[in-house]
Design a protein around this ligand. Structure first.
Ligand SMILES: [Zn+2]
Length: 66
């Protein structure tokens, strides 16, 4: 069960002693479980990662050749 703060978008397994957000101290904490917002799809993250890595590799090869 995770906590989610609407105030600062804190996400964690712990809340404050009075049920407040440990990050910003507001009481806008909601308990996760049924997550309304879905995490961004891992697909485009993977594509981005591959893109960045291929850019890096191309740059290294370019540096070696010149
Ligand atoms: Zn917060």
């Amino acid at each position: 069960m995770n906590y989610y703060c609407k105030g600062c978008s804190y996400r964690g397994k712990t809340s404050g002693s009075g049920g407040e957000c440990p990050a910003c101290g507001s009481f806008n904490l909601t308990r996760g479980g049924k997550t309304e917002e879905q995490p961004p799809p891992a697909k485009w993250r993977l594509i981005l990662l591959i893109g960045l890595w291929s850019y890096l590799i191309i740059m290294i090869i370019w540096k070696l050749l010149h």
